[in-house]
Design a binder for this molecule. Structure first.
Ligand SMILES: *Cc1c(COP(=O)(O)O)cnc(C)c1O
Length: 500
């Protein structure tokens, strides 16, 4: 109100003018320093809005698992709660209750041993990264407590994962001083081999982390096999090494599409599971979950107790203040979709992934490296192996608005360059077909460019004598002329054209 008033006085009739008729679109915008003066709210809106037009369209961003569409009713709920700080639990007990409902719904979906009327153990987080930090801390503390009680050293904890882990595991390891022992991937096997993982386990291993839905290829790791092998090793050694399942993307796929697959709390060594609510939980960015099997799996000393309205509210998170909207939106989705709705969404995603896979195979140019079972995505490489092709296709598709990442695989497989298309709820068959036609067009353009004349420059040089010992001879260009040739020379290291 005050700002509007000041402006009306200072700017006179200009305040009433349309934004594009005002000085605001002519003045430089303060970028890295606070501007001296305020500007009108509609001009501020227009300026920020217009600059943002240059961001890619989230719906066409096929790089990400994170939700880009929700029903308008849920958008409304999100806006209604935009000013609610989740940390104010005593002021917003209903929001807290909705979180507890979500934790219980997810725990039961993951077959946690929770009796009727019993409360599940878990917490809402900003995403799977925070969830993984918390789960990792719980494992570390439990291991330390066990080692201390046994009078053994407890200063060299390690964690065993596949080299395909998401970067948040590396963050956890570095931030919380745990050694990360990675099982290397091999050609044709892009997930953690459970035999090798269990071989790497020693008395300092705080847990083995399995991934349900590898970030690189969407493949589910064999948690059942890992559980059985690890149980045998625990029995032999007397250790008690547990399993964590990183189900960031797969946690909301497997229960609906592969209900028979045993990857969750049905396996006795699985002590905690994380899942991203903002991936296939179908909520916009900003929500994740971690669930523990039992109370005993979350050391009491990590929990902070807040009392409100006479009730005990235990909290275990890294952040204090955060928004409430995402938690509310998650509950909306559970209520709105139910098991049936989630199953239909996931089935449609799997179908769209199949359409994509078949279309890409039909071009004859790609090797598909993702499996049919897993997260609905298609990961593929060029058959002729040249990594530069993948990067070129990625930028070719960008011109149509699509974002498809090309990346090299981790250690031991760095020579492989993979393209990955993630299918989300809002990527239906019409978009999939449109995308495929753009892939074919981009391939044609690449082929055409490869056949186009390569400009060649012929240089005539003159070498002068070196003046002192050790100095290089001087070079003088006498003549430079362009010579067109019809030849493409593949070079390594990303360049595919050159002149010899
Ligand atoms: C996305 C992802 C993460 C990180 O999750 P955020 O919710 O983005 O923090 C961790 N692990 C896997 C397997 C993932 O796919």
């Amino acid at each position: 109100m005050v700002l509007t008033h000041v402006e009306a006085v200072e700017e006179g009739s200009e305040a009433a003018a349309a934004v594009f008729a005002s000085r605001y679109v002519q003045d430089p915008v303060p970028r890295y320093e606070l501007g001296e003066r305020s500007i009108s709210k509609d001009a501020a809106y227009q300026i920020v809005h217009d600059e943002l037009l240059l961001d890619s369209s989230p719906r066409l961003n096929l790089a990400s698992f994170v939700t880009t569409w929700m029903e308008p009713e849920c958008d409304r709920l999100i806006l209604e709660a935009i000013n609610k700080n989740y940390a104010d639990m005593d002021e917003y007990p209903v929001t807290t209750e909705l979180q507890n409902r979500c934790v219980n719904i997810i725990a039961r979906l993951f077959n946690a041993p929770v009796g009727d009327g019993e409360k599940a153990v878990g917490v809402g987080t900003v995403g799977s990264s925070e969830a993984i930090m918390l789960a990792g801390l719980a494992f570390k503390r439990r291991w330390q407590n066990r080692r201390k009680a046994a009078g053994k050293p407890h200063d060299k904890p390690n964690i065993v994962t596949g080299a395909n882990v998401q970067v948040c595991w590396e963050k956890f390891a570095r931030y919380f001083e745990v050694e990360l022992k990675e099982v290397k991937l091999t050609e044709g096997c892009y997930v953690m081999d459970p035999v090798k993982a269990v071989d790497m386990v020693d008395e300092n291993t705080i847990c083995v982390a399995a991934i349900l839905g590898s970030t690189l290829t969407g493949e589910f790791e064999d948690v059942r096999r890992l559980n059985d092998l690890l149980a045998a090793k625990n029995k032999r050694t007397g250790w008690d090494t547990p399993i964590h399942v990183d189900a960031a993307s797969g946690g909301f796929i497997a229960p609906f599409i592969y209900p028979e697959l045993e990857w969750d709390f049905r396996l006795p060594l699985v002590k905690s599971i994380n899942v991203s609510g903002h991936k296939y939980g179908l909520v916009y960015a900003g929500v994740g979950w971690v669930i523990w099997r039992n109370k005993e799996d979350l050391p009491e000393e990590l929990i902070f107790h807040i009392n409100y309205l006479g009730a005990d509210q235990p909290t275990f998170t890294l952040n204090f203040s955060k928004g409430s909207s995402q938690i509310i939106a998650q509950y909306y989705q559970f209520l709105r979709l139910g098991f049936e709705g989630y199953k239909s969404v996931m089935k449609n995603c799997m179908e769209s992934a199949r359409t994509l896979r078949e279309g890409l195979e039909k071009t004859g140019r790609f090797t598909i490296i993702s499996k049919e079972e897993g997260v609905p995505l298609v990961a593929f490489t060029f058959k002729d192996g040249a990594g530069a092709q993948a990067f070129r296709l990625s930028s070719g598709l960008r011109r149509y608005g699509w974002i498809v990442p090309a990346y090299t695989m981790p250690a031991a497989l760095e020579h492989m360059t993979v393209l990955r298309v993630v299918v989300r709820e809002d990527f239906g068959r019409p978009l999939a077909e449109r995308f495929l036609s753009h892939v074919r067009m981009a391939l044609d353009e690449m082929d055409l460019a490869a056949r186009a004349p390569v400009p060649r420059v012929q240089l005539t040089i003159e070498l002068g004598p070196a003046r002192t010992a050790g100095e290089e001879a001087s070079v003088r260009v006498v003549k430079s002329e362009a010579v067109p040739v019809r030849k493409s020379v593949p070079l390594v290291a990303g360049k595919t054209k050159g002149v010899c």
